[in-house]
Design a protein around this ligand. Structure first.
Ligand code: CO
Length: 213
């Protein structure tokens, strides 16, 4: 069988399974979506957002890119963010990285990969911010793991630095930002950062909405 046919076949049995449990499984979700979570994850095929969280269709609004980056000039992630926050009014935004991330690994190397250099450059910037801490770690695998964690931490900061998030914090008292890392070897998620609404943001990135501070 051609490999892609396997996917189409699996789709048929998936539909049958779902309908067996709930005949209105699909119909009940056709009108609208009201996800509570925005998931910003890595494109890596081993980190499927719904599978690792046990989420059903309709629960996660998902954006994935290489190494789960929130880049302040990327219209794609910013459009997803604005829609999720202002229209869907998600209560939580999760940035989920993962150990053994190829994007993070390549950012630590010197190899010229062409266009993707420009994307990985953002991870090199994270490395430079924490260079001392990272280079104090002797084991290369542990260094890689630590950069994965620091990258997630910085992407959560990047979210907090957007006007979309700050405006929503001011107007709605939401969303809460979370930074998680998925462990490919165990299947477990690890919480490494969280920023509740109104968390402090470095002054230069703070927008003024007329608050008395
Ligand atoms: Co990855």
């Amino acid at each position: 069988m051609e490999p892609h046919k396997k996917l189409l076949l699996a789709n048929k049995s998936w539909v049958e399974e779902k309908l067996k449990i709930r005949p209105d499984y699909f119909v009940s979700r056709t009108e609208t979506q009201t996800p509570e979570f925005l998931w910003i994850g890595c494109s890596d095929s081993r980190v499927p957002a719904e599978d690792v969280t046990g989420a059903e269709p309709g629960e996660l609004f998902v954006h994935r890119n290489i190494a789960n980056l929130v880049v302040h000039t990327d219209f794609n992630v910013l459009s997803v963010l604005q829609y999720a926050v202002e229209v869907l009014k998600v209560k939580h935004i999760i940035v989920c990285g993962h150990y053994r991330c190829g994007g993070v690994k390549n950012a630590m190397n010197r190899q010229d990969l062409g266009l993707i250099n420009k994307w990985l450059r953002h991870i090199k910037d994270v490395y430079r911010l924490y260079q001392r801490e990272i280079e104090a770690i002797a084991d290369p695998m542990a260094r890689w793991d630590r950069l994965v964690e620091l990258n997630v931490y910085e992407q959560v900061q990047n979210l907090a630095q957007t006007s979309v998030v700050q405006r929503a914090w001011h107007k709605e008292g939401a969303p809460t930002l979370h930074g998680w890392v998925y462990d490919l070897t165990s299947g477990y998620l690890k919480e490494i950062a969280s920023m509740p609404p109104g968390s402090s943001v470095a002054d230069i990135y703070r927008f003024d909405y007329g608050d008395k501070r």
